[in-house]
Design a protein around this ligand. Sequence first.
Ligand SMILES: [Zn+2]
Ligand SMILES: [Zn+2]
Length: 166
Amino acid sequence: MVQETCLCGSNIPSEACCNSIINGVAIAATPEQLMRSRYTAFCLRNVDYLTDSHHSSKRQSDDKLILSRHINDTQWLGLRVIQSGIDSSNPNKGFVEFIAYYTEAANTISNTQSSDVKQLHEYSLFVRENGQWFYLSGDRMPPIKFQRNDFCWCNSGKKIKKCHGC
Ligand SMILES: [Zn+2]
Ligand SMILES: [Zn+2]
């Protein structure tokens, strides 16, 4: 049986990666695991999980409505985690810098060209409460220009010049 690898690009079967966290079978051990599970939840359009994993101090009463309205506008293409870690002065605070690649929902990975790929490049903050990590907030950063020798945004494992090109 071929097991599907996780949408977050970890190369781990989804049931051993983000899906177990989204389904409540496992809890995220690190800010990066929580961030990856939130990326996967965006791909799966799981509004409930996205709301629940957002820290309560940052939730608004109309979050679910707004998310539901916009979550179908986007086709997520791939995730690249640039750095992640725990605050040296507080083990219950952490950060992840990542790029999530996306395009308009009408496109698919195969018909998307690198010039159509948009980036959510973000430095996100996370807090741990009662043993559980939550997304607190994020700062948008400028997109990073594709280099021909970078691994492709589509998670194929090939260099971009041999995959979607740039
Ligand atoms: Zn995953
Ligand atoms: Zn590619």
